[in-house]
Design a protein around this ligand. Structure first.
Ligand code: ADP
Ligand code: MG
Ligand code: MG
Length: 199
């Protein structure tokens, strides 16, 4: 079972990974965006870590809903509302249970990813965070390590794609040949699950 501490560890592990990789995320957002993805998420996840400590929500659902709300209010770019929706909707789907099974979590995360697709209008293959998140939820039934590998593979597979959503889509064919920054940060988010589980 996954308890509130697991979800706290997920968020702090993600905040640390985003901190560590911020320069790389911003560098990826430079040729096909506006070079702010790393700083956007660094600001957002730092605020998430601070708020979780201060407000100390006690259930998995409350932790993720608060984290999502915080991302929406602190990240200016497109990724803020999208990641915020992902965490809020995933948290909402977990209800007020004190612990959830890995299977319940996998279902909830799918609900969250579906909400991101509705909000942003992106489908798999559009060269966005969805290209890491969808393979990750598909693999989650096989465990967190499998989900991490699937997300990393999905992020790498965005390189030859032409962007059809977000800022990178303005470049048309010139977006081809660059890895998507949001898919890359999504792989960090999913890697945080494995880390939180001691994998
Ligand atoms: P901005 O483009 O506003 O500067 P960021 O740089 O923080 O925002 O985030 C860019 C990332 O957001 C992209 O690499 C992409 O993965 C993701 N993204 C942008 N638009 C969408 C969308 N409509 N659906 C899903 N993901 C998107
Ligand atoms: Mg950007
Ligand atoms: Mg921006």
């Amino acid at each position: 079972m996954l308890d509130a501490d697991f979800f706290r560890r997920w968020m702090t592990a993600t905040a640390a990974a985003v901190d560590r990789e911020a320069e790389r995320l911003t560098a990826l957002d430079s040729p096909i965006g506006d070079a702010d993805h790393g700083s956007n998420l660094q600001r957002g996840f730092t605020a998430v870590a601070t708020t979780l400590e201060k407000e100390d929500p006690q259930t998995p659902g409350a932790i993720l809903m608060l984290a999502g709300r915080q991302l929406i209010s602190t990240v200016g770019g497109a990724s803020g509302p999208l990641y915020g929706t992902l965490l809020r909707r995933t948290g909402k789907a977990l209800g007020d249970a004190g612990e959830v099974s890995e299977e319940q979590f996998a279902q909830a995360l799918r609900t969250g990813v579906d909400a991101v697709m509705v909000l942003g209008g992106a489908a798999p293959g559009d060269k966005t965070m969805i290209d890491a998140l969808v393979p990750a939820v598909d693999a989650l039934g096989d465990g967190f390590t499998a989900a991490r590998a699937a997300a990393e593979e999905g992020a790498l597979a965005t390189t030859p794609l032409q962007a059809r959503k977000g800022r990178a889509s303005y470049l048309g064919e010139r977006s081809i040949g660059h890895q998507d920054p949001g898919a890359t940060s999504s792989a960090l988010l999913i890697a945080g699950l494995a880390e939180a589980n001691g994998e």
